[in-house]
Design a binder for this molecule. Structure first.
Ligand code: NAP
Ligand code: HSE
Length: 887
């Protein structure tokens, strides 16, 4: 068996009987790797003390001349209990128990070179007990193994007690010992022995170091078995429960030694940094050792691999923090003052400088912790001490050589800064440091959580977009269904997560299954730091407006399909988005699946637009399609509602209000000026009757719900109304719930027309998901694009509806009396309105007649005046004028 694999089991992996059984199973499953075992002392159980802590405390008591026999007994009893639980004869440990008792008795009397040496005389017993216990435990299963105590294995160290280093020259002896042994050697971690036989310890957490030394001596891979799945990208304690519930932080699959060293030396406690120094030293001699960090309680997890290999240069791997650092800034007024300060700096009592920066007249130092001497210095010099700072490191080889990484880090810091929320900036622009493999900066403690969570998301969750939903009705359900059944994360590069949806009625049955959580508390979405995008699909102006404004203030991007809100309060929302540097996607608010908002936002000119004409309400178009086939309007509307096309209040559709809202949004963007919704004249489709449908068919027209914006003599004419279209008109063939938008531009006769589904769950969802991705991409690039019209001043004047000139259809429903038509014709003549066609339909049952007229081009003002007089005749029951569009 040539392979050798060093397997080190930490204290948490050996804390109680259950842990021991798991560790044994791992060893037995890997016998083919020819293991060399390293064991730590038993760790803490349920918050109780670790064995090494107990021994340290016992040593301290003994040094003070106090009694520690109770503690020593506790340590021994704990091992006896675990041995009994594992059905091992504790007699195999008796000699070691006695040795501990003897060492403890001797400690206060014996002459040691230092307090550290005295402590080391008992502190390593925990590991020795573990090694003996493991030997007995494995032997019980018939495995040949042997505890390899330092004196026997040649684990010789220097005499820096409590922090000893293994002597370089002892590596060969250790290797020979292992190679010669016929049993599985079980090394107690953390302990060594000096040349003259005095016990040493290697520093807290030093069992990793023992394992690394064995790896270096044998040139073999090392597995560190612990209680976590590997080295985390960030200490989980810095993330809110939202992250933890969603399975974060992730572990880092691969780290180079340098990266691991930065993580280990600075907050991440999974690995002892001396272990890394040992393997790094081995690399210099051509021995490339991999360290695998594995979880005893989840052995199938791949864990973290640490090797000398540097991969993917410039990619951030993890974030570590050093809390409690102190920022001391001196504003030196003279070179003498600087020199005096430099002298004082040399005398500081054991404070380490973690970072420093020097700009003209201003020198900053970051000290690793507070000491009262810093306050003294503050009063002595022209300086300022800023306490409780946190030094943050982003770790990744070659981080400074990757401009994309640097811009991401800066972007994330910038985006997390929220002076309005914190009343200050959080990140000290200086001092800041870029090393070969770290980007380091100082953060105010108050804003640490926000900064770290933003960084974590931006650096390690770049392919996930978390969406908080306001509403889960027709459109919200469509978004979920689309995302589950039709969306491709491979194509888009983003995984979409919908953890929470706000609804009114928690008990209501949802047509589409939702994996997330329903809530009635908007805070569950707005206060969740994981949520990148708030998707508003609840409709109406309030509370949607308030929630969107709060979402923007909380740093969320927004996607909305709410044209009612944008046509009334769009300026306020875009203003807020601009102030908080957030994006608002609102493609789905107009024309469903047709990407018209994006098109209009990107449209470069103003002087080349003659106008637009379109069908922007799917429900009305659907209703009018059926109406022209002979179905009553009420019945057609009911079907449109069933199909999910209509607004919660369908009056918005049939009254032309919804279409006018969309026109308001489109015209504001296209003409780059805020358009007042109230200024848009609108007429509904609800006044049309079967007699009208007959007349339209007879005269070769169809009827459509039209919106238009035209530029006439530098004035803007807008309207929303049903209009008659000749068959050749570009919008005449747009049927069902389809929408269409024609843009009339200078220099071309025919318009550019786009057609697509304007309503319904899936078409709208498609548009919303595009918006989510668009917003996410912009967010990743720290790009903010808010439609500029919200702050545009002036612009074109709005023309009055009376100025519209067109051909007209008029239906007058009158009592079937003689002379009626003559009176009508006479008034039309008085207003210079010429009749092109006329038809009369008699309904004898109702004793009424429909007078149907087609009038030549004339201004709306004259038509209105004529109809005003005509409708005063007592024989007129109702009147309906409709615009006729030309091809
Ligand atoms: P919907 O079916 O009525 O759904 C609205 C959702 O919002 C429901 O889940 C409702 O909760 C929730 N909601 C409403 N008010 C709430 C409040 N105050 N607090 C908490 N939850 C509330 O509407 P929709 O058809 O999906 O339309 C949503 C938006 O999309 C509207 O702005 C609409 O104009 C726009 N839009 C619709 C279409 C379409 O084809 N339908 C197309 C484009 C744009 P409950 O389920 O518990 O009642
Ligand atoms: N009710 C709207 C329509 C939904 O029918 O057009 C799409 O905005």
């Amino acid at each position: 068996m040539h392979t050798r694999r060093i397997m080190k089991f930490g204290g948490s992996s050996l804390a109680d009987g259950d842990c021991w059984r798991k560790a044994k199973k791992i060893i037995k499953d890997r016998l083919d790797l020819n293991p060399v075992i390293v064991v730590s002392a038993m760790g803490a159980v349920n918050g109780g003390p670790k064995v090494t802590d107990m021994l340290q405390e016992a040593g301290a008591l003994l040094l003070e001349g106090r009694d520690a026999s109770g503690l020593v007994r506790e340590v021994i009893d704990r091992h006896r209990a675990v041995a009994a639980g594992l059905e091992i004869e504790s007699s195999s440990l008796e000699a070691d128990f006695q040795a501990l008792k003897k060492a403890a008795e001797a400690l206060p009397k014996k002459k040691f070179s230092s307090r550290e040496e005295a402590l080391d005389s008992i502190m390593g017993f925990g590991e020795i007990f573990s090694a003996r216990l493991m030997q007995a435990f494995l032997q019980k299963d018939g495995l040949r193994c042997l505890a390899a105590l330092p004196g026997e294995s040649g684990f010789i160290t220097d005499d820096r007690f409590q922090d000893a280093d293994v002597l370089e020259e002892s590596l060969e002896n250790i290797a020979s010992y292992v190679i010669a042994s016929r049993e599985i050697p079980i090394f107690p971690g953390f302990v060594g022995i000096t040349r003259d036989g005095r016990p040493t310890t290697l520093g807290r957490g030093g069992s990793d170091y023992t394992a690394a030394v064995l790896g270096a001596a044998l040139k073999r891979q090392v597995e560190i078995w612990t209680d976590v799945d590997g080295i985390y990208r960030i200490n989980p304690g810095y993330l809110s429960h939202h992250f933890i519930d969603a399975g974060h932080p992730q572990t880092i699959p691969h780290l180079s030694y340098d990266e691991a060293f930065q993580m280990a030396s600075f907050g991440s406690r999974v690995l002892h940094q001396k272990a890394l120094l040992a393997v790094q030293q081995a690399v210099r001699k051509g021995k490339h050792i991999h360290l695998f960090i594995k979880n005893t309680f989840n052995p199938d997890h791949p864990g973290t691999v640490i090797s000398s290999q540097k991969q993917h240069q410039g990619i951030p791997r993890g974030i570590t923090c050093l809390p409690g650092t102190q920022l001391y800034t001196i504003y030196a007024r003279s070179p003498q003052e600087s020199a005096r300060f430099a002298q004082r700096l040399k005398e500081l009592p054991g404070l380490a400088v973690a970072l420093s920066s020097n700009t003209w007249g201003r020198i900053s130092f970051v000290f690793d912790r507070y000491h009262p001497v810093l306050s003294q210095l503050e009063s002595e010099f022209n300086s300022h001490l800023s306490r409780d700072q946190v030094l943050v490191k982003i770790v990744g080889d070659g981080i400074g050589e990757n401009p994309e990484t640097l811009s991401r880090i800066n972007g994330a810091l910038h985006s997390a800064e929220s002076p309005e929320e914190f009343g200050m900036t959080l990140v000290h622009k200086s001092p800041q440091l870029l090393t070969d493999n770290t980007f380091e900066f100082l953060v105010k403690k108050r804003g640490l959580a926000k900064i770290l969570q933003t960084l974590y998301k931006d650096l390690f969750m770049r392919d996930v977009v978390t969406i908080g939903m306001l509403g889960l009705g027709t459109v919200g359900g469509g978004v979920i269904q689309y995302s589950r059944e039709m969306y491709s994360p491979e194509k888009s590069g983003f995984r979409l997560d919908y953890p929470t949806a706000l609804v009114r009625d928690m008990e209501k049955k949802r047509p589409v299954p939702f994996d997330g959580t329903l809530t009635a508390r908007v805070e569950d979405i707005l206060e969740n730091p994981l949520v990148d995008v708030v998707l508003e699909v609840m409709g109406g102006i309030e509370p949607a407006r308030t929630y969107i404004l709060k979402a923007l203030e909380a740093g969320k991007h927004v996607v909305t399909a709410n044209k009612a809100l944008l046509s009334h309060r769009g300026r306020e929302i875009f203003e807020k988005a601009h102030r908080h540097r957030r994006n608002v996607g609102f493609e789905a608010s107009v024309c469903g699946e047709i990407p018209i908002v994006d098109d209009f936002l990107k449209f470069p000119g103003l002087g080349d637009i003659d106008g637009l004409e379109g069908i922007v309400n799917g429900t009305s178009n659907y209703v009018l399609t059926r109406f022209m086939e002979g179905m009553p309007i009420g019945e057609a509307l009911r079907i449109a509602q069933e199909k999910g096309f209509a607004e919660a209040d369908p009056y918005m559709d049939v009254s032309g209000i919804d279409a006018a809202q969309k026109l308001c949004i489109l015209a504001s963007i296209l003409f780059n000026q805020p358009v007042d919704f109230e200024m848009i004249p609108r007429q509904g489709i609800d006044g049309l009757t079967p007699a009208d449908a007959d007349a339209f068919r007879r005269w070769g027209f169809t009827v459509k719900p039209i919106v238009a914006a035209r530029v006439k003599q530098d004035r803007l004419v807008l309207y929303s109304c049903p209009a008659l279209l000749p068959q050749g008109h570009p919008l005449a063939s747009v049927r069902e719930e389809n929408n269409a938008l024609s843009l009339y531009l200078k220099g071309r006769v025919e318009p550019i027309t786009k057609i697509g589904k304007g309503a319904g769950a899936i078409p709208t969802a498609r548009s919303i998901v595009r918006d989510i991705l668009d917003v996410a991409r912009k967010a990743r690039a720290y790009m903010v694009e808010v439609p500029g019209y919200f702050r545009a001043k002036g612009g074109m004047e709005m023309s009055r509806v009376e100025e519209i000139e067109s051909a007209w259809y008029v239906r007058l429903t009158v009592k079937d009396n003689p002379g009626v038509f003559g009176k009508i014709a006479s008034i039309l003549g008085d207003f210079d309105l010429s009749i092109l066609r006329v038809h009369q339909e008699i309904n004898r049952d109702a004793d009424e007649a429909h007078v149907l007229l087609e009038l030549k081009d004339s201004p709306r003002k004259r038509l209105d005046m004529a109809l005003d007089l005509i409708t005063r005749f007592p024989f007129v029951k109702s009147c309906l004028p409709c615009m006729i569009l030309q091809c």
